[in-house]
Design a protein around this ligand. Structure first.
Ligand code: NAD
Ligand code: DAU
Length: 331
């Protein structure tokens, strides 16, 4: 297949691009704006095997150039961090909504298959049980609201223009190459450095953890076998309270629980996410990685790949940390 992978220099997009090149022999074009979260380093090992285009999805000309000679668009490109969306939502509206619109138009003109990578956060929070694809969309944060808007726009292109669209909604991903503003990599790097580990609120919020390669394969599965116009949940095999995640990270890094620091809660913080993935399992997808093993592997990756995260910790990340937590990083 000839794929345009938008946002392919990010955490999940680069994993997906690698899987498609290595496991499927696909011809991959990556279109990426290279924001703070997008890094060429994430594509280092496959850069000679793909076409890389530096550009934004909200730029119709850049998209038209990138999409030439592609059969399908898979859109990962997004502003993705909930805390940033609370501090400054505007960029989320531009990329997540306007950008998706530009891509849908390009797909419509060229009659391409279109897959939108989405999130469990579009359903909001659930106290018990799990969300199915029929659950109402009730996003809570500016991030999840823009992802929901994008999903609705995608569905409208199927209903109105007959564009063969697909939506794949993932639960919380973790694994190598995740930018250290998200819970797991942040906690790993702080623990390795002996910095404090900031836990929001009471730490009892629950997330449904999905190893990044499992999501990449799930998205590939939807692309190949999904029914146009449909959405598919792709949830991880294990749920875990944040505090438990943090304690496991401390154990794996040989640090004491005393590094945990409870900090002010995130405004509008969703309590629990949980996805029912029976529809995607029905297409033959299964997650392969359990959380315990995946977390061990992830800690090992960050321990062994300081070359990847040191420039982030030493540069922009330091000022971000200062803004976010009101104090400097120790190391
Ligand atoms: P990420 O923040 O690591 O990467 C986002 C990528 O998009 C970066 O490479 C960035 O440069 C690029 N990008 C941002 N704005 C762009 C623009 N305007 N034009 C082109 N490229 C742009 O994100 P991620 O965690 O890899 O998430 C990828 C997708 O998966 C997102 O759509 C996100 O909503 C979704 N998702 C993420 C998770 C998760 O747990 N991380 C779970 C479910 C769904
Ligand atoms: O559920 C899928 C979503 O998962 C994706 O759509 C988002 O792009 C991705 O960022 C992620 O959102 P979360 O808000 O769940 O992830 P985050 O890593 O920011 O936070 C996970 C949990 O940990 C959440 O309950 C908040 C908490 N947390 C987070 C940070 C960064 C802390 O307690 N301390 C922290 O420092």
């Amino acid at each position: 297949m000839r794929l345009l992978v938008c946002g392919g220099a990010g955490f999940i997009g680069s994993t997906f691009a690698r899987l498609r090149v290595r496991e499927h022999g696909d011809e991959v074009t990556v279109l990426d704006k290279l924001t703070y979260a997008g890094r060429r380093e994430n594509l280092e090992d496959i850069i000679e095997e793909i076409r890389f285009v530096h550009g934004a999805i909200e730029d119709a000309q850049a998209v038209a150039d990138a999409v030439r000679e592609c059969d399908a668009i898979v859109n990962f490109a997004a502003e993705t961090h909930v805390d940033r969306s609370i501090a400054d939502p505007e960029g989320f509206i531009v990329t997540n909504m306007q950008g998706t619109h530009v891509l849908l138009e390009a797909a419509r003109v060229k009659e391409l298959r279109y897959l939108q990578v989405s999130t469990d956060e579009v359903y909001g929070s659930i106290a018990e049980g799990a969300f199915t694809e029929q659950s109402p969309l009730q996003p809570s944060s500016p991030y999840s609201a823009t992802k929901t808007g994008a999903d609705l726009l995608v569905s409208s292109y199927f209903h109105t223009y007959g564009l063969p669209t697909l939506i794949c909604r993932g639960s919380n991903n973790y694994g190598p190459n995740q930018y250290p503003e998200k819970l797991i990599p942040l906690m790993i790097l702080n623990a390795l450095a002996g910095d404090r580990l900031p836990v929001y609120g009471d730490g009892r919020n629950v997330r449904n953890w999905l190893y990044v390669e499992d999501f990449g394969r799930g998205i590939g599965h939807v692309l190949a076998h999904g029914v146009p116009g449909e959405a598919y949940n792709c949830g991880g095999p294990d749920e875990c309270e944040n505090l438990e995640v943090v304690r496991r990270v401390l154990e794996l890094t040989g640090r004491e629980d005393s590094l945990i620091e409870f900090v002010t809660d995130r405004p509008g913080h969703d309590r629990r996410y949980s996805l029912a993935s029976g529809k995607l399992r029905g297409l033959g997808w299964e997650p392969r990685m359990r959380f315990e093993q995946g977390l061990e592997r992830t800690v090992e990756w960050y321990r062994d790949n300081a070359w990847w995260w040191e420039p982030i910790r030493s540069g922009a990340y330091r000022s971000y940390y200062q803004r976010q937590y009101g104090r400097a990083l120790k190391t």
